[in-house]
Design a protein around this ligand. Structure first.
Ligand code: UDP
Ligand code: MG
Length: 324
C-alpha cells in the first residue's frame, strides 16, 4: 500500500461529489453534538454534497435524543438505530449498507478522527485511489496499554495471516463506490473491516493523522470487545492456529518415536529394571505436555467450528429498529 507522504496532492479537476459520512455511536451523548459541530466546521466549506449517516448502536444513554436534536437542525442527517448493541464493526456495516454516495467516509463519533483530514481524503479519491486508509500517527496512541496491545496484535496478525494489515490502521477511511460495493458483497458475520479492506485489494493509500483526545466520556471498546475483535481478526483471516496444533502434534509424535527407540534399546541391552523406573517422571511430563497440546488443538478447532456454525446460520449482522 502506498503512503500518502510520497504523494503530491495536485488539485483534481473540480467535481462535486456526494459524500456519505458513516458514524457509529454507542453511548456518545456527551460527545456527539460537539463532534458533529467540528465536522460541520470542515465540510460546510467544501463544495461537495454531504450526508451524515449516524448509526446508533443500541445506546442506552441520551444518544438517541442528541441525534434527534441534530436531525432537527440539519436535514442532511440520517439516524439508523440498531435494535441492540451489535458492536462497532456491525454498526459500520449498517452505515455502509445504507450509503448511496460516490464516496463514503467512516469515522468515530467521539471526535478522535479529525474532520480536518476529510478534504485530503476526498482529494485522494478524486485522484484515482479507491481506498484512503487513515493511520494513527505513532505518538498519538492514547495509553501504554492500547499501544502495547495494538502493536502486539498487528505483529501477530501479519505473521499468521496471508493478508497484510497496516499497523495503526483505524476505522477512519474513505472508500469510493466500487470499494463499498466490494465490502457489501462480503456477507460474513465475524467482521474485521481493517482486514477485509486489505483483502479486497484495489488501489489504496495510507493517510497518517494525529489523533486528538476524546471530546468526552470514555472508550466504548472494553477489554472484552477488544478480545472479540482480535479473535475475529485471527480466526477469520488465518488458518495458522490449526497448523500450530498440527506441527506440535508431529513434534510430539517424533519425540515419542525417539523415546520408544530408547526404551527398546534399553530392553535389548538388558538394562530395563534399572533405568525405566527413574524415567517415569519424564514420561509423565511428556504425556501431560502432549495432552495439553491436544487440548489446545481441540480448542482451536472448536473456535473454527463455532465460527463456521455462525456463518452457516446466515444470521443478519445487525437488526434495524428505526431509520430516519
Ligand atoms: N462504538 C460502537 N459500538 C460499540 C463500541 C463503540 O458503535 O460497541 C463506536 C463509538 O461510539 C465510537 C467508535 O465506535 O464512535 C469508536 O469507539 P471508541 O472511541 O470507544 O474506541 P477507541 O477510540 O477507544 O478505540
Ligand atoms: Mg475513540
Amino acid at each position: 500500500m502506498q503512503r500518502s507522504g510520497r504523494i503530491t496532492l495536485m488539485p483534481s479537476r473540480k467535481r462535486k461529489y456526494r459524500v456519505d459520512l458513516v458514524i457509529p455511536v454507542y453511548n456518545e451523548a456527551e460527545a456527539l453534538e460537539k463532534a458533529y459541530a467540528q465536522i460541520c466546521g470542515v465540510v460546510d466549506k467544501l463544495p461537495h454534497e454531504f450526508r451524515f449517516i449516524y448509526v446508533n448502536d443500541g445506546s442506552d444513554d441520551g444518544t438517541e435524543e442528541s441525534l434527534a436534536s441534530v436531525r432537527q437542525i440539519d436535514r442532511r442527517v440520517t439516524a439508523l438505530s440498531l435494535s441492540t448493541n451489535f458492536g462497532h464493526q456491525a454498526a459500520l456495516t449498517a452505515g455502509l449498507d445504507h450509503s448511496t454516495g460516490d464516496i463514503v467516509i467512516t469515522m468515530d463519533g467521539d471526535g478522535q478522527h479529525p474532520p480536518e483530514m476529510i478534504p485530503q481524503m476526498i482529494e485522494l479519491i478524486a485522484q484515482g485511489y479507491d481506498i484512503v486508509q487513515g493511520q494513527r500517527a505513532e505518538e498519538a496512541r492514547p495509553s501504554f496499554f492500547k499501544k502495547f496491545t495494538s502493536d502486539t496484535f498487528y505483529k501477530f496478525i501479519n505473521a499468521v495471516s496471508g493478508t497484510q494489515m497496516v499497523a495503526g490502521a483505524a476505522d477512519f477511511r474513505a472508500l469510493n463506490r466500487q470499494a463499498v460495493d466490494a465490502l457489501k458483497a462480503m456477507p460474513e458475520y465475524h467482521r474485521f473491516l481493517r482486514g477485509m479492506i486489505s483483502w479486497i485489494g484495489y488501489r489504496s493509500v495510507i493517510l497518517p493523522y494525529h489523533q486528538p483526545a476524546r471530546i468526552a466520556g470514555h472508550s466504548k471498546y472494553s477489554v472484552g470487545k477488544m478480545f472479540r475483535l482480535a479473535s475475529d481478526a485471527i480466526f477469520s483471516f488465518s488458518l495458522i492456529p490449526l497448523y500450530i496444533g498440527l506441527s506440535s502434534g508431529l513434534l510430539f509424535f517424533a519425540l515419542a518415536l525417539i523415546q520408544l527407540s530408547w526404551v527398546f534399546w534399553l530392553a535389548i541391552s538388558k538394562n530395563t529394571e534399572h533405568v525405566i523406573a527413574p524415567g517415569w517422571s519424564s514420561l509423565m511430563a511428556v504425556m501431560l505436555i502432549a495432552s495439553g497440546i491436544i487440548m489446545i488443538l481441540l480448542g482451536f478447532i472448536g473456535v473454527y467450528v463455532g465460527y463456521i456454525f455462525q456463518e452457516v446460520k446466515r444470521r443478519p449482522i445487525y437488526l434495524l429498529k428505526k431509520e430516519g
